[in-house]
Design a protein around this ligand. Structure first.
Ligand SMILES: C[S@@+](CC[C@H](N)C(=O)[O-])C[C@H]1O[C@@H](n2cnc3c(N)ncnc32)[C@H](O)[C@@H]1O
Length: 305
């Protein structure tokens, strides 16, 4: 319904048959992912019309391509309506306070949040290495009652996650942690049943930390960006890349599923590989004492164990 309206508006106003597919609506804020050099005036025209025609939309922003800085924030340009970036987002019966400027929210991952939550068993301990404002962690706790260590390095995402944990009444199940998930993996070593790595840009280089935290056999959900070869289906690309990565660390594992999450560029796909790992060899690089940040004051550094 929403997609059909957006498609029609974009076609009527701009003669554009594609821009509608780059629009996300988070709560009452609409976000248009702007292609490099796409005329901002055209987007403003579309934004004003969206405000008139879409009852629930109160603000519209353009998102510039790419992310900036350590926290991978996106640059927004205000197009129409209220100039505010905080809103309430509802998904699968959970409520989230979000800020489209400060903490990453991906409504297109909604189906993935539910799929993963359904795989978790109530007795499991889960490590969410890149939790954002908490949509995977909170849904898992709410649906399955499992315990989740939910980590984010961005203080703004962490603060929202803490609020969201309370809002959804899962304080006894979700443990929000502000820090680098590499550091947290040392304290969790050998203790978790399932690891989520929902950040394709970092997942391959953080694989050793995920393997360190697992109790074997254990589950891994590895999100990757893969280049889809000519004539190859994205799922096959996922299998090829996922298998190669895991073979470099694990002598015994089973890939139980591969899924296309979304297409992120011409021939680039975001995929997820679900694997049951039985035996892995890993050598996480020890990080410097300063690298352990605020956690080292609470828990000591790995050299203190
Ligand atoms: C793609 S977002 C998470 C999206 C979220 N899981 C969802 O489903 O909406 C990635 C998050 O990882 C966080 N992040 C980046 N590097 C990190 C690190 N080294 N340790 C922990 N979190 C990190 C970012 O701050 C960001 O909030």
């Amino acid at each position: 319904m929403k997609d059909r309206l957006l498609r029609r508006l974009a076609r009527e106003l701009l003669g554009d048959d594609e821009v509608w597919s780059r629009i996300d609506v988070v709560g009452d804020i609409a976000l248009i992912h702007r292609k490099f050099n796409y005329p901002i005036e055209n987007l403003r025209l579309l934004a004003n019309e969206m405000l008139k025609r879409m009852k629930g939309v109160k603000a519209v922003f353009a998102i510039e391509p790419g992310t900036e800085g350590k926290y991978r924030l996106r640059r927004l340009i205000h197009l129409a309506g209220e100039n505010r970036t905080a809103t309430i987002y509802k998904e699968h019966g959970c409520v989230y306070k979000v800020d489209v400027q400060k903490a990453f929210v991906v409504p297109r991952l909604s189906g993935e949040h539910l799929r993963i939550a359904e795989l978790v068993q109530p007795w499991e301990t889960v490590f969410n290495m890149f939790a954002g404002v908490g949509p995977f962690s909170i849904l898992i706790a709410k649906r399955k009652g499992a315990k989740v260590y939910s980590v984010d390095v961005n203080p703004l995402a962490y603060e929202l996650m803490v609020e969201n944990v309370k809002l959804n009444g899962v304080e006894d199940k979700v443990i929000p942690i502000l820090g680098d998930s590499a550091d947290v993996s040392y304290w969790l070593r050998g203790s978790v049943d399932r690891v989520l790595m929902p950040l394709p840009e970092l997942a391959p280089s953080y694989l050793d930390y995920a393997l360190l935290s697992l109790r074997y056999p254990g589950w891994l959900h590895l999100y990757l960006h893969v280049l889809v070869r000519w004539g190859e289906r994205p799922k096959l690309s996922a299998l090829r890349v996922g298998r190669r990565l895991l073979e470099s660390k694990c002598s015994s594992f089973e890939i139980r599923g591969v899924r296309l999450v979304r297409t992120v560029g011409p021939r680039i796909a975001q995929v997820v590989v679900d694997a049951l790992l039985n035996k892995c060899e890993f050598k996480p690089r020890l990080r410097s004492a300063e690298g352990f940040g605020p956690l080292s004051h609470l828990l000591g550094t790995p050299w203190d164990w």
